[in-house]
Design a protein around this ligand. Structure first.
Ligand code: GTP
Ligand code: SPV
Ligand code: MN
Length: 621
């Protein structure tokens, strides 16, 4: 066959044998549009990893770390303009605007496709286009799903090899006729421009212009201009949350921004599984790797960021971790806070935007109590403890194989998932929200999740510390109208009935007048998990409160914890006046969703107000 574009011939010639015609046609079409110099179908092998990482060391994209200290590990430094997800450039392109809803950026799908055709035209000129088949979830699992990312970034390929089941086995499943999601990615930095001029490559190619776009009806992803994290590793937020949330709505399951952990009672041998939705950089990885400070519990890790959940044959809710690695926040990860993460990061790790030590290892704020005397910071500049800026970017990350975590649970790759006993909703709240409260029922739990607010972090662009609503920690990740998503949660609750997990709201981040965290957090969060499991198994009663049921003073295990009684009281304090203001703000917040807000959610707001009024009556306010 003869064609007008050499890229088309390359795409065909490079395809492994037996690639289905629809996949081949799609890859050929992208090659024709983007005009790469080479096309490479990745197999996911060690040899391929070795070759790609060596090439990136050669080109200056990666620094190879000291082989004795951090074998087979590398450091990448991005541009300061490409360090986090860009929510302002993230679009849901549903046919109807109301299906994206007021919390998403909407764009007309036909118009956006036109724009994308423009920016992607010639975008890969001079580069290699990698074709990356991957599975989200264990290969061949019932809950798992397949995708193919086409990318011009070898850094993305290397990350995808850690974060997903990537390569030949995934392609084999696609050859077998399984459903797959197409995902197109370009850093938007061609090496040959439209006039035919050649440009040298740079260590971190990207574009000022960025588009992270999703087409929920056709289940497509197109991402342009960024090489960083969730903008570029398209299996993660783009697929496993934004597109999967839409598929889940249509098919009656759930795609959630949740960690999954396993707790075993060492006395009885009984195991429990808990999921938790916390906004970005708000403690999922840390909780998933928690080391209990109280006796009697073993905590193991199933997942640290995303959960796909389905009702099983026994009526219970089962969760899988669709990912194969952790893309974790580096700063704050240290021996004293998260020793499990530190022990996971020993080898085979990609680090991005952390500091380099003089002996070729990595460092970031609070990895050790004392900073090294000299470092090269995340922008490549000389750094000492006297330097004003931190050595690592606040959203610097490690990409680590999940299987390397010393706490990885034996059932973490069970294709059927793990049965869920409790669901947590958390946020960063300096005030008002108590350490833990149990939802009165599923509908109240949905209300809790729907109204969660949290202080913003460095995981996305925006003002760090600004309080914003982040319902179900899904604000940047829900692929459809948020109010319809609440409706979906309510329907799931009806379906699950008696088998539905209990729901809890938690807050590790309450601060005192001096701005210091009052609750020690991290391993001590096991004290809260302990109470939750004892509630779930019916061992303890609770006290009805304004925001939910709270622990009786004697039921929270505080053994060995040096916490003044007045501090503990403050951590649990629920101020009726403050909650009256919160509920007014909630009402205003719900307004933007108009009549899409489920009646149950409005009803829960009315009940919250009744509880506030009753408390105010009691205290004579
Ligand atoms: P994403 O990967 O962005 O989704 O983040 P995440 O939710 O997994 O957050 P992670 O566990 O990486 O924690 C983010 C930051 O919060 C880190 O700097 C942690 O040190 C800090 N952190 C986590 N848990 C706690 C806690 O219990 N208390 C306090 N004070 N800080 C915590
Ligand atoms: C988050 O922001 O919630 C993350 C990091 O987990 S990213 O993959 O960049 O979305
Ligand atoms: Mn996340």
């Amino acid at each position: 066959m003869t064609t007008q574009s050499p890229a088309v011939d390359l795409a065909r010639a490079s395809a492994p044998e037996g690639v289905p015609e629809d996949l081949l046609a799609w890859v050929v079409g992208i090659a024709e549009l983007t005009g790469p110099a080479k096309v490479e179908w990745v197999d996911g092998s060690q040899e391929e990893w070795d070759r790609l990482t060596s090439e990136m060391v050669e080109s200056g994209t990666l620094v190879r770390l000291n082989e004795d200290r951090r074998p087979n590990s590398f450091l990448a430094r991005s541009l300061p303009s490409d360090v986090a997800r860009v929510e302002s450039r993230t679009y849901i392109c549903s046919e109807r605007e109301e299906d994206a809803g007021p919390t998403n950026n909407w764009a007309d799908p036909a118009a956006m496709k036109e724009t994308l055709r423009g920016v992607f035209a010639g975008a890969m000129a001079g580069r290699t286009m990698y074709v990356v088949p991957f599975s989200m979830g264990p290969l061949g699992g019932d809950i798992s799903k397949l995708g193919v990312e086409v990318t011009d970034s070898p850094y993305v390929v290397a990350n995808m090899r850690i974060m997903t089941r990537m390569g030949t086995p995934a392609l084999d499943l696609i050859k077998g006729g399984e459903f797959w999601v197409p995902a197109v990615h370009s850093v938007g930095y061609p090496l040959i421009d439209a006039e035919g001029n050649e440009w040298p490559d740079v260590p971190w190619p990207c574009s000022e212009d960025k588009y992270i776009t999703h087409f929920p009806e056709t289940r497509e992803i197109w991402s342009y201009g960024s090489g960083y994290g969730g903008n570029a590793l398209l299996g993660k937020k783009c697929y496993a949350l934004r597109i999967a949330s839409v598929i889940a709505r249509d098919e009656g399951w759930m795609a959630e921004h949740m960690l999954i952990l396993k707790l075993t009672n060492e006395r009885t041998g009984r195991s429990y599984h808990v999921t938790g939705a916390f906004p970005s950089a708000t403690g999922k990885t840390n909780l998933a790797m928690l080391q209990p400070t109280i006796e009697g519990w073993k905590v193991e890790t199933v997942g640290d960021d995303i959960a796909w959940m389905r009702q099983g044959a026994d009526g219970r809710l089962y969760a899988i971790n669709p990912e194969a690695g952790f893309f974790g926040v580096a700063p704050g990860t240290g021996r004293s806070t998260n020793p499990v993460a530190v022990d996971t990061l020993t080898e085979n790790i990609l680090f991005t935007n952390v500091a380099l030590t003089d002996d070729g290892d990595v460092w970031w704020e609070r990895l050790t109590d004392e900073a090294p005397a000299h470092l090269t910071d995340w922008q490549g500049n000389s750094w000492t403890p006297d330097s004003e800026a931190p050595s690592s970017h606040p959203n610097s990350r490690f990409t680590a194989p999940a299987a390397q975590a010393p706490t990885i649970a034996d059932d973490w790759e069970d294709p059927a998932g793990v049965p869920i006993d409790a669901i947590l909703f958390g946020g960063r709240r300096a005030s008002n929200v108590p350490l833990v409260a149990e939802a009165y029922d599923w509908e109240h739990g949905v209300f809790m999740g729907a109204t969660v607010a949290s202080e913003q972090t460095a995981a996305a662009e925006g003002t760090v510390g600004a309080l914003r609503r982040d319902p179900f920690a899904m604000l940047p990740f829900c692929g459809y109208n948020m109010a319809d998503y609440w409706g979906h949660w309510l329907r799931m609750g009806e379906k699950l009935g008696e088998n539905a997990p209990r729901i809890y709201q938690v807050n590790w981040f309450r601060k005192d007048a001096d701005g210091k965290y009052m609750w020690p957090g991290f391993g001590d969060n096991s004290r809260v998990l302990d109470w939750i499991i004892r509630r779930v198994s019916g061992e303890v009663d609770a006290v009805d409160g304004i925001t939910g049921r709270m622990p009786r003073a004697a039921d929270l295990d505080l053994t060995g914890l040096d916490l003044a009684p007045e501090v503990l009281e403050e951590i649990f304090r629920v101020d009726p006046a403050a909650w009256a203001a919160e509920s007014d703000a909630t009402e205003a917040y719900l307004e933007q969703f108009g009549d899409k807000v489920p009646a149950e959610v409005r009803d829960q707001l009315a009940r919250l107000r009744e509880r506030i009024a009753a408390a105010q009556g009691r205290s004579g306010e």
